[in-house]
Design a protein around this ligand. Structure first.
Ligand SMILES: Nc1ncnc2c1ncn2[C@@H]1O[C@H](COP(=O)(O)OP(=O)(O)OP(=O)(O)O)[C@@H](O)[C@H]1O
Length: 234
């Protein structure tokens, strides 16, 4: 059974006002799935439906029993009154995680060159540092499933490379990953499967070759799978 089976008929922010419809795909273990689409296509809304944060969802999002997940939002969210390290301690306490998780957290923070800053408040960090803090917070719990919205925003080239290596390691551990991104050349290189969202619905889904064929991308590039809606202006 897949880690997560998404089969949404309709979903949105107000009852009976669908923003996405007929969105169906599966997330498997050890598989990095890239969700791509133009601005406003419905990627973040699909993620919110998966996280059960939408008031209106018709259909099903079925998690395999016992599956744990972590979510890395597009914009980092921290508690103002907690230092970065206190965030790790807080999550560890709430989720009843053992000392080995906090040891793993320290190694992640070291890799991200945040070890010296852990006792400071994240609000005083740069955007990229906040993003790396969020990534470490999501990973230290060792979830079965990682859901990541635009992970490369604000990351310097070294941190981007580090994150890509970490995603590879996560996959080797068996983690399933859903990653929303506009960095399509990177997505094309690293993702195992794709979900192309257009105007709130799935335009294509599957391995690269299937998706390129379904989208008629004759140049073999994911960029050709994304149609930007005409806003009617000259
Ligand atoms: N909180 C909200 N309330 C009402 N409508 C919303 C809300 N958030 C998003 N929408 C609408 O839902 C549609 C899909 O937006 P969504 O944020 O899912 O797009 P996206 O594919 O993630 O875009 P982007 O690449 O710009 O992040 C858009 O028309 C947007 O205006």
């Amino acid at each position: 059974m897949a880690l997560l089976t998404v089969d949404i008929e309709q979903a949105g922010y107000k009852p009976q006002d669908a923003v996405i419809s007929q969105v169906a795909f599966k997330l498997e273990r050890s598989c990095l799935t890239g969700m791509i689409g133009a601005n406003g296509a419905g990627k973040s809304t699909t993620i919110k439906a998966i996280l059960q944060e939408l008031p209106f969802v018709e259909g099903n999002v079925i998690k395999k029993e016992g599956t744990t997940y972590s979510y890395i939002p597009e914009r980092p969210i921290f508690y103002d009154e907690l230092t970065l390290w206190e965030h790790f301690e807080f999550v560890a306490a709430v989720e009843q995680l053992g000392e080995e998780h906090l040891t793993y957290a320290k190694s992640l923070l070291k890799k991200f060159r945040l070890a010296e800053r852990v006792h400071e408040f994240p609000a005083t960090f740069s955007k990229g540092m906040q993003q790396k803090g969020m990534i470490a917070l999501a990973m230290f719990t060792n979830p079965d499933l990682l859901i990541i919205d635009e992970p490369f925003m604000g990351l310097d080239p070294g941190s981007t490379k580090l994150l890509l290596d970490m995603l590879e390691e996560e996959k080797e551990k068996g983690t399933g990953i859903l990653m929303c991104t506009h960095i399509l050349d990177t997505a094309q290189r690293v993702c195992d499967s794709f979900v192309v969202i257009e105007q709130g619905t799935v335009k294509a889904c599957g391995k690269l070759t299937e998706v390129l064929t379904k989208c008629g991308a004759e140049d073999g590039s994911l960029y050709s799978c994304i149609t930007v809606a005409d806003d009617g202006n000259e």
